[in-house]
Design a protein. Structure first.
Lengths: 290, 165
């Protein structure tokens, strides 16, 4: 295979990311805020950045019963570990006619099972044994019809990487049947690169290979304009200003009713966005790297 | 892990590793049905691991298959790490499927085997005992590698679509 060395030099590798970006721009003292969704939301909301509404927080075992009692009348909600990674331990629950909930894939979750899941989170099952994890219960996001039309299951999001609070690259992550409704590229979600200035989709990849339509629905995915794009870019800037981190991934969902909401911040954004873009990140970073 | 295998001998060590993972995956199924909490579940799994290693030692002793009796002698065999590894394996199976879990395990086994071969080299052991200052050279290589900001070999494969001419 012929190698284009200019293109090869444009590729950002994990070593350079760790040493020159995360190591130099992201002070470790700022990690705790982004690694804990409860703290992240507090900082974001304090600075006026909208997030999904919090319905309850469980920080120790004695609160489990009481919080589940409060959830019982609700028709739907989401349960997350505050310190979870890559979507582990997240339950989307919808009430059935009986006294049980069910997940999007139809698995029934009894009150017992929910109590056990909350206890598992507190025990650190989803945070590599950390005993200070908490259970975060949030309202369910209803994706904007734009994303629902491309693929109806799960929730798509937009990842914007900012360098010194300036957006440098963006992509949408759209779930597929393979990713089981999750917007995680490594689990098989479709990545769609977005031009920052216009919000128009330019390139896409699934499982590391370029693609031009959603693999399940065949819905075309290139040349589309992401709804509320200016607002999405704006909140990514405000969100990164609120934390003392120079290189972060801001994950944003577009709710049908409330518009763009920040889902979480990532202090170690991945490199797969380059494959989604079809080109290396270095040229986009270089003008701003001192 | 490779250190532990060095202690027990290659085949017994690898057998024990695979056996422990296999047994804990099986034990985890009924424990999961009981809806047990995480820490007590780990404790039960650890007991099963210890008992199975003990059983392996006794059986090998009775059957006269000498090589496996070293498992019991290996005080360094990191049982706790092994149990946590098994737990992670089981979580990977449930979250990302058996295929991913087995692939990860295969990678671990390969790395273990390579490290074992390197560490077992008599020539290497002799050289480093005779010339301990060579370790300074190893340190230098590591310091150099520690500041290497270029592309890794694995990334040449991962990002090949980005630099094709």
């Amino acid at each position: 295979m012929p190698v284009d060395f200019t293109k090869l030099e444009a590729v950002l590798g994990i070593n350079r990311r760790n040493i020159e970006l995360i190591g130099k721009l992201n002070p470790r003292t700022s990690f705790p805020v982004v690694d804990n969704k409860v703290l992240t939301k507090r900082v974001l909301n304090g600075g006026g950045v909208p997030t999904a509404e919090t319905l309850g927080i469980i920080e120790n075992f004695t609160q489990i019963e009481e919080v589940i009692d409060r959830l019982t009348p609700l028709s739907e909600f989401v349960v997350k570990p505050a310190r979870g990674r890559a979507g582990g331990g997240i339950l989307l629950l919808e009430k059935t006619d009986r006294d049980v909930w069910k997940t999007p894939s139809g698995t029934e979750v009894s009150r017992e099972a929910l109590r056990k899941h909350a206890a598992d989170i507190l025990f650190g099952v989803y945070s590599f044994g950390r005993t200070d994890d908490a259970v975060l219960i949030e309202e369910r996001i209803v994706p904007n019809p734009f994303f629902k039309e491309i693929y109806g299951n799960g929730i798509a999001d937009v990842r914007i990487i900012t360098l010194d609070n300036d957006p440098v690259v963006a992509m949408a992550r759209i779930p597929t049947s393979k990713s089981d409704g999750k917007a995680n590229i490594h689990q098989g979600a479709l990545g769609v690169a977005i031009e920052l200035a216009t919000g128009i989709t330019t390139h896409a990849a699934a499982f590391g290979k370029p693609i031009d339509a959603h693999p399940d629905t065949d819905h075309p995915i290139l040349g589309l304009r992401i709804p509320l794009w200016d607002r999405i870019v704006e909140i990514s800037e405000v969100a990164s200003e609120l934390v003392d981190l120079g290189y972060i991934g801001v994950d944003i969902v577009v709710d049908e009713r409330r518009g763009p909401l920040v889902l979480e911040l990532n202090a170690r954004p991945g490199l797969q966005i380059q494959v989604v873009n079809g080109k290396g990140l270095m040229p986009m970073l270089e003008g701003k790297l001192s | 892990m490779a250190m532990a295998v060095k202690e027990t001998g290659f085949l017994p060590g690898i057998t024990a590793f695979v056996m422990v993972i296999g047994i804990t995956v099986l034990v985890r199924i009924p424990l999961e049905k009981l809806g047990m909490l995480h820490t007590p579940k780990l404790a039960v799994m650890m007991i099963v691991v210890i008992l199975s290693l003990l059983a392996l030692t006794v059986v090998s002793d009775l059957s006269g298959w000498e090589s496996f009796s070293t498992i019991g002698a290996a005080t360094l065999f990191p049982i706790a790490i092994l149990t946590i590894t098994s737990e992670r394996f089981a979580i990977t199976v449930s979250e990302e499927g058996l295929k991913t879990a087995l692939l990860t395990m295969a990678q671990t086994l390969i790395v273990m085997a390579v490290c074992f071969v390197v560490m077992s080299s008599v020539a290497l052991q002799a050289i480093f005992i005779a010339f301990p200052e060579l370790l300074l050279g190893v340190t230098a290589i590591n310091l150099w590698l520690g500041n290497w900001t270029g592309i890794r070999l694995s990334e040449m494969v991962r990002f090949r679509s980005l630099y094709a001419g």
